[in-house]
Ligand binder design. Sequence first.
Ligand SMILES: [Zn+2]
Length: 471
Amino acid sequence: MIQGPVGGAAGPGGAGAARGPRRGRRGRSRARAGLGLLVLAVWAAGGCRAGPEVVGGVSRADRRDYRAFRARFPDLLEPNYLPFMTHRVRIPGSDEDALVFCRFEIDAFPLAVRLEGPELDDLQDEFHPTPPERYRAAVREAFRAWARELEGPFDFVFVEEDGASDLVVRIRGEEAPVPVPEVRVLGSAPLGRACRILEARPGADRLAVDFRVPELQIYVADEYGLLTPEQVLQVARHEIGHALGMRGHSPVPADLMYEMVRDRKLLRERESAFSEQDENSFADLYRLPNGTVYRWVPREGEPDREPEPLPAGPPELDPAPHVDARLGYSVRTPRGWLRVETPRGMVALDGVTWDYRASLQIVVMAYDTLDEFLGRYAGAYLRGGRLVEQANVIVRGREALRLVEVDDTHGWTEELTFLASGDGRVFVVVADASREEYEAFRPWFWAALATLEIWPEQAAPGEPGWSGFPR
Ligand SMILES: [Zn+2]
């Protein structure tokens, strides 16, 4: 499902907009709070049946369960949002539900897709009508993007005849419905009965499943009138992700499969429709055996978990550095942390993108001097907390500015280190953790920062060098 706000109340940008690719738990909850929207998945569950059936999706995901799953499947591509793709299966008589991956069989491709509509009579702009064919072309392009840009079996053919298709896309020439106050549903994939359970034993590693989604609905208008074909393309791309087996939503706002579109202006063409996390997750979904159980969960709510112990002892770093030839640096990160490359640098997390306690992010900007950069951007990097520390420090022989900010309301601490390379680059290192855990993580942040090696623009023969910002 993809949803837009009603009334266009959500402003552009929002928290963290100037900060680059910040991801994860806290950014998410802040974005939600700013919206004040209720977000619900409103798929109907299956009807009354005696056998096992799908009753929903994942209710919460934890990095520790994910690690246990990864131990079974060590070749998973990361980062991914696999837990959020699962269907929750209830077995009569069992006190545990299975979270199961359920998708088309590989030999179901190419899927035969038939487009229906739209009829736009009442919605057309008198002076600038949009031919309905442009919306059909946008939906076809959405399918082609999946086939072209994702690794996997995704392939589609378009058919005209009724009854000859695996999937019907109803392109509705009407204003998208508002089933819950303030939530407009621009598209929907009825997944309630999509995953049928053919055979299930409690505790099994895999269930026998059969998956099909007969139709998708795409609306081409909201209260302001017609969406553009480009906006409909983006709605369709998202709904196709559900039709391919994703039950829930990514918790990471940068992903195509994130559940909210805050503003119709955000329904725009992006450089790539799919994030690395979207690509990895769908590739993994179709590489895992169909019906694989992610985990078994208690039927009646899960007990709260013991907190994970905090890091102790001298910091340990991964022996292999993260090497970024685009931006000309390398850095070692705390041992076992997940590394994700971002457009302007990288982020390392002590968990996964959707569940972590501490993160260390590097952003590289094109600025000659620290003063010039700070004059323009220092404010943008501060998030409105209490500044508790400001110091000039030396990082590997370079002068740097360190700021530490605490937010007592939301309970986080963030440490910013700014340093200039002297050849047109400014490095911003952002370390954060909860206010209570920050002191425990701080030595790990500093140990990693001390390994930040900035390559010179003119390297000696045999040494790594930096060849300028990618253009
Ligand atoms: Zn959705």
